[in-house]
Design a protein around this ligand. Structure first.
Ligand code: SF4
Length: 449
């Protein structure tokens, strides 16, 4: 008979996701697993239930094995479900992830003393409701805490809709310690570690790294500064150690950066980090699910990124209009895009591995302006991606979004979902959005046309 552990048992729960479409572009519960490591180092036995496990055999045998790619991205198991009440769309709606009965069994087996449920986009909250519901049904007396993006942006909604006992916002360390004390559980010590809990099933296909925390910019459409109050400069050696740990333990060779501002403070963070990678010659591949700032992409950085193994570059272009940048984000220099494309090409990146994000669907934005931005970006011969705006609570554009939107954004987060374009209006209709998407597709197939 094995040893029966006397350690307190703590469950981390990544909920399933409800949405129209979902692609796994390095979607990992990084923050939740950093907490997990903190708890493990503080003497807890930590269990992880991954509602988005794309390798769950039972789910895949019933729903079909989702298509996955060698770089660690791909699809999740999907079950078609009816559209939520009040949501009108020609697209089908789905629940992504491990089937509910299987999740229930896993939560039951963990038999926890305390539970953490994380959250992502506000319009994914139904998955959080489901996850907390499972926990409360099985363990009504056990404290359930929710945290993450939705919990931080809409704490009151989160508390009411999920029925969680606590919603962790702001300084997670302090709030968590207070809750543990109140429940006579051992209080975690020290700071939340930089690296996450080491779990092979999460990190083998693709690892996640973060050098800098937060972003020094304050774009009106973005919640970065709400989720991370101040920009914290990264440390190249610490990030390198986190990478070596995953690579050494699980053979991980794909790594995605979660930074909002990867190239800021580059002399102290990304450049020394890339030099360490190049020296070690580990033959790794790096990806950028988030765009990088154009103005910080200089020649040295581009060459180092190429030599270190960056597979693609995504650029935060947003718009070719000076007025747009004056109004919303102040991060535009007229010739930045052209200069950067030239620099990246000279470093060895082919143009089909460079993508510029153009932002469309902001409150009162006109589709013609977005068309102009798409065409300008595409004229450089690189790929374009149309990032569709979704209203984010508490951002500077939230008030205007609520005022101009025909849906009750403050009452129902499902309406924040850009998939059905909540900010449509006379000068930017759903038809206009469809046209812009097809324009992007056409230009990407025939770059530079
Ligand atoms: S959009 Fe990008 S640059 Fe602007 S605040 Fe967000 S992360 Fe920073």
């Amino acid at each position: 008979m094995g040893n029966i552990s006397t350690k307190p048992r703590l469950l981390l729960f990544q909920p399933p996701i409800y949405d129209f479409a979902l692609f796994d572009l390095f979607l990992k519960p990084y923050g939740l697993l950093r907490l997990g490591r903190w708890f493990e180092e503080s003497g807890y036995e930590v269990f992880f239930v991954n509602g988005l496990d794309y390798n769950d055999k039972e789910t895949n045998s019933l729903l079909g094995k989702p298509r996955r790619y060698s770089n660690g991205t791909g699809k999740f198991p999907r079950m078609r479900i009816p559209l939520p009440h009040g949501v009108d769309s020609e697209r089908s709606f789905g629940r992504y992830g491990v089937l509910a009965d299987i999740l229930k069994r896993k939560v039951k087996d963990a038999n926890p003393d305390i539970i953490f449920v994380t959250s992502g986009m506000t319009y994914w909250y139904k998955g959080v409701v489901e996850a907390v519901g499972i926990c409360k049904e099985l363990f009504p007396e056990i404290p359930v805490l929710t945290g993450g993006i939705y919990a931080n942006l809409m704490p009151d909604h989160c508390k009411v809709s999920t029925g969680a006992d606590y919603v962790v916002t702001g300084n997670a360390e302090e709030s968590i310690k207070t809750v543990f004390k109140a429940h006579s559980l051992p209080v975690p010590t020290g700071e939340i570690p930089k690296g996450p809990l080491m779990l092979e099933e999460v990190w083998k296909d693709a690892g996640v790294l973060r050098l800098n925390e937060g972003c020094p910019f304050h774009c009106d459409y973005c919640a970065s500064d709400l989720l991370c109050k101040k920009f914290i400069k990264g440390n190249a050696e610490i990030a390198f150690e986190a990478l070596l740990e995953m690579h050494g333990r699980f053979g991980t060779s794909n790594f995605a950066f979660y930074d909002d501002a990867l190239l800021v403070n580059s002399e102290q963070s990304i450049k020394p980090f890339l030099e360490l990678i190049i020296q070690k010659d580990l033959q790794l591949k790096f990806y950028l699910p988030n765009a990088v700032h154009l103005q910080f992409l200089d020649k040295d950085t581009a060459f180092l990124m190429k030599r270190a193994g960056f597979q693609e570059i995504r650029l935060g272009y947003e718009s070719s209009s000076r007025d747009f940048h004056t109004d919303y984000d102040d991060k535009f220099e007229e010739d930045d895009l052209f200069r950067v494309v030239e620099t990246l090409e000279s470093a060895g990146f082919s143009k089909n591995k460079i993508t510029a994000y153009v932002l469309g669907g902001l409150p009162s934005q006109q589709w013609k302006d977005v068309e102009g931005s798409i065409k300008t970006a595409a004229s450089t011969g690189i790929r374009v991606s149309l990032a569709e705006y979704s209203p984010v609570p508490r951002t500077p554009l939230w008030g205007k979004s609520m005022e101009l939107c025909s849906f009750p954004l403050d009452k129902e987060p499902l309406f924040h979902n850009n998939s059905f374009f909540p900010m449509k209006w006379d000068c930017y209709t759903l038809e206009n959005m469809k046209y812009l998407k097809s324009l992007v597709q056409k230009l990407n197939m025939d770059p530079g046309s």
